[in-house]
Design a protein around this ligand. Structure first.
Ligand code: ZN
Length: 412
């Protein structure tokens, strides 16, 4: 039998141990993180699990089953500085409870493994999903990572080495996903959707694809006093019109589309001049690759129209992009069923943030996530919270989902 109230008590114990008045301080590759990981190992001591630290610093606990095909349950115990008490570690601690129950029940039909991914947040070196991208095999930026330093000038490879990880060998963690037949991750929603629907739990369909661009409008600097309104080539006019247009584009495309102009820098940026250049940062996200492409081309077309009408120029430069990553339909069904069993009603939603689950899914392992409601939609702050009763329901849902997934993998 699982005891979901124990999970909540353990999360509070972890908060006491590794948080302060400003929130959670379990930043990856720090002493506090190492302390949290040691505490976690202690929680699993005494169960008949095999422990392994892989080449990327991920911690694994394996309960060997009748078959070597494995169901994985994962989360991350690292946090951002001044973070919340649930982001990442809820998944790990709920997984601990499920592993306890499974170990008690005797040998499962298939192997079950719990993973604590290293450095999901990327808070110290600005590189998110470190451990999962190494295990998933998508990590290809080692040359750049070798150059990275934290705010105190410590190089990334040195910080990793202090925790037993050699950057050059991190990709060897890929062997961990051999034989993986399913990956399950529970996480707080970190957004307001489930709370607004008054539902404790939901199934995640996948993570948004993202298109990030710098859009630069170029006009002509001119005196604010002597230039008549109809003689101006005002770069900010293009930026302003585009910022309003992306709202319409998101509304038109729908299906959860979001578009954000996160910054605009104007030059010369003085009160006595018409704006000569306006550099805009645009972020567009959608779960559907075609819709995302349409949003992007609509925004480009609109920017060219505005540029023409304002007699200015516009240029687009891609900063970063990632395809939408869809979770496994069969597992989405099982997660829906599990949620309905423990909470009555389920809801399907996309994830705006990326998660370790996206890296595992990208590596070809059938994956699903379950979200539990976040109060006020807040995360990455000490104000992050979820009702105890909802946390307990989430542990129950993960437990059911694990059982259903084990049965499905065993039957396949
Ligand atoms: Zn997280």
């Amino acid at each position: 039998m699982i005891d979901p109230s124990r999970t909540v008590a353990e999360l509070k114990e972890l908060r006491e141990l590794t948080g302060d008045e400003n929130g959670a301080q379990r930043v990856a590759w720090t002493d506090t993180w190492a302390q949290a990981r040691e505490w976690l190992r202690g929680k699993l001591d005494g169960l008949s699990l095999e422990y392994e630290l892989d080449e990327a610093g991920n911690q694994w606990w394996t309960l060997p089953g009748a078959s070597e095909r494995a169901v994985l349950i994962g989360g991350h115990i690292d946090s951002v500085p001044n973070g919340g008490w649930l982001d990442g570690c809820l998944n790990v601690m709920a997984g601990v409870e499920v592993m306890r129950r499974l170990a008690e029940d005797g040998q499962p039909a298939v192997t079950v493994r719990l993973v604590d991914w290293a450095d999901e947040e990327g808070a110290r070196f600005g590189r998110s999903l470190f451990g999962s991208s190494a295990a998933g095999g998508s990590m290809d930026d080692q040359d750049e990572l070798r150059q990275r330093r934290d705010a105190d000038g410590v190089a990334l490879p040195d910080a990793l080495r202090a925790h037993g990880v050699e950057l050059d060998r991190a990709l060897e963690a890929r062997s961990q996903l051999e034989g993986a037949a399913a990956y399950l991750e529970l996480h707080i929603e970190q957004g307001p959707v489930l709370e607004s629907l008054n539902l404790p739990l939901g199934v995640v369909l996948g993570t948004f694809g993202v298109e990030r661009h710098q859009v630069t409008f170029r006009g002509q600097a001119a005196h604010a006093g002597s230039t008549p309104m109809d003689k101006r080539r005002d770069a900010l006019a293009g930026a302003a019109r585009l910022e309003l247009e992306i709202r319409e584009i998101a509304k038109r495309v729908g299906g959860g589309a979001v578009c954000t102009m996160g910054g605009v820098v104007t030059r010369p940026g003085i009160v006595t001049s018409v704006v000569e250049t306006a550099e805009c940062l645009l972020d567009q996200r959608h779960l559907d690759a075609n819709q995302l492409a349409e949003m992007l081309s609509n925004a480009e077309a609109a920017s060219r129209r505005f540029a023409q009408e304002e007699e200015i120029e516009v240029d687009w430069e891609r900063i970063w992009n990632i395809e939408p990553i869809l979770f496994d339909e069969g597992l989405v069904e099982l997660a829906d069923e599990s949620i309905r069993e423990v909470a009555g009603e389920s809801h399907r939603l996309p994830s705006g943030p990326l998660h370790d689950a996206a890296e595992v899914a990208r590596a070809g392992v059938p994956t699903v996530m379950v979200f539990v409601q976040s109060l006020r939609g807040l995360s990455h702050t000490k104000l992050e919270d979820t009702k105890d009763e909802h946390l307990e329901l989430s542990v129950q849902a993960l437990d059911r989902l694990a059982d259903k997934t084990i049965a499905r993998v065993a039957a396949a």
